[in-house]
Design a binder for this molecule. Structure first.
Ligand code: DOR
Ligand code: ZN
Length: 346
């Protein structure tokens, strides 16, 4: 079996910098036309000038054979100014602003401590500039159970935010629960949307403990119960335009994952398209795959759909055990396992 689809984009991607960037960028550039690049570097990308410089660094690392385009984002802090949002829009290369609640995940310590108290003028300017807010949707209160943090965020932050600024474009990133899927479905199409990762479509929380602790399946928001996975699969494969592809591919060097306090993040860029195709095939919805991978994202962002195509072939292929690079190695999702769908350029 073979499918030809419009070249997909990745609406949530961690490319990192330095040696790690060099090691991973081709895996995304080989399959995707564009990627919304997350700003959680050390230090974070909080200004337009930093984003412009980071974009140049990425473009230098993209293989010459690829025309992959990085779409840059700004990291929202308590001190981001409305003027910075104007500058970002004017730059023509920044397409969104990312909200990390301070302490929610990797490199989020400079994130927002009080969205309504500190960021309202910036959010109002984002409405003016039609600049989407990308949300890491988890509360950070340590007394809230880690499996409930997404739902509590919806009730205490997202719902009030949308009520207060109904015109703000919001993407709830990497949704993991039935609650998030239902919430996004209840919002206005074209104003609120969600990205969905491969791991939250194919794994449930058992994968964290299968045969022992599995650090390479640890990401944030953490994998949830099977009923949540099923709910997300059914939302995504229903053809609803509010859902689109965002891998959250988040590479870490192996020693940063396999240690006493391992980092959150799953490196899925090499396997993402293969897994999305599997999910849509199993749901009997291969006819809806292309909208999810290639249409709903650009339509939401008001960008043109890609013109080129890629081929997905039902071929067995083996995921490499690891990718070696100058500082060590990166273990991909499903390392060493056999997958069914293989993506290639036409
Ligand atoms: O698992 C994750 N890894 N979740 C995030 O939100 C950040 C990411 C990273 O940067 O490693
Ligand atoms: Zn992410």
């Amino acid at each position: 079996m073979e499918l030809t689809i419009t070249r997909p984009d990745d609406w949530h991607l961690h490319l990192r910098d330095g040696h790690l960037l060099q090691a991973v960028v081709s895996h995304s550039a080989n399959h995707f036309g564009r990627g919304i690049v997350m700003p959680n570097l050390k230090p974070p990308i909080t200004t337009t000038s930093a984003a412009v410089a980071y974009r140049e660094t990425i473009l230098k690392a993209v293989p010459a054979s690829s025309d992959f385009t990085p779409l840059m984002t700004l990291y929202l802090t308590d001190t981001t100014t409305p003027q910075e949002i104007k500058l970002a829009r004017k730059s023509g290369v920044i397409f969104a602003v990312k909200l990390y609640p301070a302490g929610a995940t990797t490199n989020s310590q400079d994130g927002v401590t009080d969205l309504f108290g500190k960021c309202l003028p910036v959010l109002e300017e984002m409405v003016e500039q039609n600049m989407p807010l990308l949300v890491h949707g988890e509360v950070t209160d340590p007394s809230v159970d880690v499996f409930d943090r997404e739902k509590v965020f919806i009730d205490t932050v997202l719902q009030p935010l949308i009520q207060r600024l109904p015109q703000l474009k919001v993407v709830m990133e990497h949704i993991t629960t039935m609650d998030a899927a239902r919430f996004v479905e209840s919002c206005k199409e074209g104003t609120v949307a969600a990205t969905v990762t491969p791991q939250h479509l194919v794994l449930n929380r058992n994968a964290l403990f299968q045969g022992g602790l599995q650090p390479h399946n640890y990401c944030l928001p953490i994998l949830k119960r099977e009923i949540h996975r099923q709910a997300i699969v059914s939302s995504v494969t229903s053809g609803n335009k509010r859902f689109f592809l965002g891998t959250d591919s988040a590479p870490h060097e192996r020693r940063g994952k396999e240690c006493s306090c391992g980092c959150a993040g799953i490196y899925n860029a090499p396997v993402a398209l293969s897994l999305y195709a599997k999910v849509f095939e199993e749901a009997g919805a291969l006819d809806k795959l292309e909208a999810f991978t290639s249409f709903n994202g650009p339509d939401f962002y008001g960008l043109p759909r890609n013109k080129s195509k890629i081929k997905l072939t039902k071929n067995l292929w083996r995921v490499p055990e690891s990718f070696a690079f100058s500082l060590g190695e990166i273990i991909p999702m499903f390392a060493g396992e056999t997958l069914e769908w293989q993506a290639s350029f036409i």
